[in-house]
Write a protein that binds this ligand. Structure first.
Ligand code: ZN
Length: 184
């Protein structure tokens, strides 16, 4: 009988099976099979699903692109009022999504390019619908999440609860309504 390979979490010090660890595409940094050195529970400890700065560093470690539109779609689906979600809820589903054919050719370094493509889509949609330059710029500004130049590191605490509810609005090309978007 083959023994299952076990992994050690450097944070909680426990030994667990591989499915308790996220797998990185960056095999140079994480040789053998790409397993990250912290278990899923530990690595998502400080994740706030509404604050990219708390999870972008994990996407970088796993080496997948950050596509705000896809993240926010998952948020809309799974973070409905009353639903209990943890730091793993969205991240786990997002990483699964990034393994699908449409996305699996992209890595962290493609983040900026993909964001440009998404913004272009918003721009084209809104232009077709007759929005002004400044209205388009405003929406694109809100839709863009700047990626810091410096290497990303894990935040040392979870943001305050009240901040967590300070959700920002990120429109996507799909969300730009066909009618009077800026009325009211
Ligand atoms: Zn752990």
């Amino acid at each position: 009988m083959a023994t299952e390979k076990v992994y050690y979490c450097e944070k909680c010090g426990r030994t667990m099976s591989g499915d308790n660890f996220y797998t990185s595409n960056n095999l140079e940094k994480y040789p053998d099979d790409g397993k990250l050195p912290q278990c899923k529970k530990c690595i998502t400890m400080h994740v706030d699903n509404w604050r990219p700065e708390t999870y972008l560093w994990i996407l970088q470690e796993v080496d997948v692109p950050y596509i705000p539109e896809q993240w926010n779609k998952l948020l809309q689906t799974y973070a409905k009022k009353g639903n209990k979600i943890s730091g793993m809820t969205i991240l786990g589903r997002y990483l699964s999504k990034m393994k699908l054919g449409q996305w699996n050719k992209y890595r962290w370094e493609d983040t900026e390019h993909l964001q440009d493509v998404a913004n272009k889509k918003i721009e084209e949609t809104m232009m077709r619908q007759g929005y002004s330059r400044s209205e388009i710029d405003e929406v694109i500004n809100k839709a863009s999440v700047p990626i810091p130049e410096e290497p990303l590191v894990e935040p040392d605490h979870k943001p305050q609860l009240e901040d967590a509810f300070n959700q920002f609005f990120i429109p996507t090309a799909q969300d730009v309504p066909t009618e009077d978007y800026f009325a009211r």
